[in-house]
Design a protein around this ligand. Structure first.
Ligand code: GLU
Length: 525
């Protein structure tokens, strides 16, 4: 299915929605058979495809997902693409792919439609068109013919008088005859929602009671633009209702819009969902996360070898949402996050990401995969093999048997931040077999004895410190200058002049590979 298919724009441009007392009464309550009561939690993540997903968006999606799953509910992905001017090609697919990568799998989405679709707003224009008629018939919405020029003058005048710029609701008072006349002349119009002037109050699940005087601060908002498209506010409310959303968890930047949304719900006679606004998460330096900032986009982390679960754990480190005594969030799995997510524990103030925790979370995730999940451990081994092949593709002799890779992973797991670290600079000797000609400073027989001793003396723990002691004793016993032995061994193990110390290389390679490489060197010419 091509979900980018656009509805014919032209269809709606300047076509009357409702002409009071002139057109016959229009079909009402088209979709009103949908019951109001929702026994199951249903939440949605509703991104606009105006850019790629960043950490803030990922956190909103994650918290929605955790809330749904911890209540046995459904997580829905809805694409809010009413602002056609700002669409970014490919963003919608990328958002979905990013969610899948992160393991936040929607129960309903444009890619797996449920019973309340379509899940892309640009495919729902018929629904908005029908819904707005209801508000017009009930006198809660009206045609506005004010020109851009007039609105601009109003704004300038307000600025001059140091007042809040707002629409003066002039077209509220047009008579049916005046409206019919303007429509007959094909005058350009938009549709506005008539705000109620009483105080707006709602209970925010995170911030508590919010009281706002909407009508004092703004004029009647546009709900259908002059091009026939709905505004975000209108489409958002209609969709939340028809998709039976029970709880809206979204960024705090939307909190100011919530009274408006609740008024629209009430105007329809619908029950609004419960709202929870998530405080901002900010960069470690306190600046805002932005879609345009490269290092907040998911791809940046993916390319660095950060695992999805590590990234999720990283973003849940700041801002609360969990009982820290019950869960070690840095090493958590999705099931732990679901089990211990507690919306009541989300802080009602903004928080900063702690950059240092990202690598810790990634290390813990690698460790988890290696130790607790045979399938994932195998996938790690294959990934390392892939990375090595990509990095050293011109090199014919790579040491890549699976046991070796796994041993290296075991050794490295507390030392690396990402798998990529294993193929960088100093560690290349792990994978690339030495190819230089043999070093003659220590004879083959001595090297063979050394290999035999290393292989058989099980009481030498194969750590840098113990290997060092062993090598010193071996040099003394065999009357070889220690430096010469080291030079020769370095040649056997890596064939490189530089790199980690010899004992350290041995520790990294492990006993079997060390013995194997020394013996291999004795066969080189
Ligand atoms: N489309 C809005 C956004 O891009 C969604 C806001 C909401 O969740 O209501 O964030």
């Amino acid at each position: 299915m091509n979900i980018f298919r656009k509805t014919a724009k032209i269809l709606y441009i300047n076509q009357p929605y409702y002409v009071p007392a002139i057109l016959p009464s229009l079909t009402r309550r088209l979709c009103s058979n949908i019951p109001e009561s929702n026994d199951k939690v249903r939440v949605r993540f509703a991104p606009s495809p105006t850019g790629f997903m960043h950490l803030g968006g990922l956190r909103t999606a994650l918290f929605n997902y955790l809330f749904a799953k911890s209540h046995g509910g459904k997580f829905i992905l809805r694409i809010e693409d009413t602002d056609q001017e700002r669409l970014v090609e490919g963003a919608m697919e990328r958002i979905y792919q990013d969610l899948k990568w992160a393991g936040i799998i929607p129960d309903e989405s444009p890619w797996n439609e449920g019973p309340h679709g379509p899940y892309v707003q640009s495919l729902r224009y018929d629904i908005y068109k029908q819904e707005v008629k209801k508000l017009m018939e009930d006198g809660r919405a009206y045609y506005c013919f004010c020109s851009e020029r007039r609105l601009d003058l109003l704004r300038k005048e307000a600025v001059r008088l140091r007042q809040i710029p707002k629409y003066d609701n002039k077209c509220r008072d047009l008579t049916p005859a005046q409206i019919a006349e303007r429509l007959a002349k094909n005058d350009k119009f938009c549709i506005r929602f008539k705000l109620d002037s009483k105080a707006d109050e709602f209970q925010d699940m995170i911030y508590g009671k919010i009281v706002y005087f909407l009508a004092q601060n703004e004029g009647d908002p546009v709900i259908i633009k002059s091009d026939g498209f709905p505004t975000y506010h209108f489409a958002n409310v209609v969709d939340d209702h028809y998709m039976r959303i029970t709880h809206v968890l979204r960024g705090v930047e939307w909190q100011i819009s919530t009274p408006k949304h609740i008024q629209i719900f009430h105007a329809f006679g619908w029950r609004p969902p419960q709202y929870a606004h998530l405080p901002l998460v900010m960069n470690p330096n306190g600046s805002k996360l932005s879609k345009r900032q490269g290092d907040v986009q998911l791809d940046y982390y993916r390319k660095r070898g950060i695992f999805p679960q590590a990234l999720l754990n990283f973003i849940t480190q700041s801002g609360g949402g969990f009982d820290r005594e019950l869960i070690d969030v840095a090493g958590a799995q999705m099931s732990d996050l679901i089990k211990h997510f507690d919306i009541g524990k989300i802080n009602a103030h903004s928080s900063r990401l702690n950059a240092d925790l990202l690598t810790q979370c990634n290390r813990e995730e690698i460790m988890y995969q290696l130790k607790n999940s045979p399938g994932q451990a195998e996938a790690l081994v294959q990934e390392v093999i892939r990375l090595v092949r990509t990095e050293f593709k011109d090199n014919g002799s790579l040491d890549l048997d699976e046991k070796h890779v796994r041993d290296v992973l075991e050794w490295s797991v507390t030392r690396i931040d990402a798998l990529q670290d294993l193929v960088k600079g100093k560690l290349s000797f792990i994978w690339v077999l030495p190819q230089r000609s043999k070093d003659a400073s220590v004879d083959n027989d001595t090297l063979k004895v050394l290999a035999k001793n290393l292989g058989s003396e099980e009481d030498i723990e194969f750590t840098k410190a113990e290997i060092s002691v062993f090598l010193k004793a071996f040099a003394e016993r065999n009357r070889i200058a220690f430096e010469l032995l080291m030079k020769s061994l370095r040649n056997c193990l890596s064939g490189l002049k530089e790199g980690p110390g010899v004992a350290e290389m041995m520790e990294i390679l492990g006993r079997d590979k060390t013995v194997e490489r020394i013996l291999l060197a004795t066969k080189r010419k």
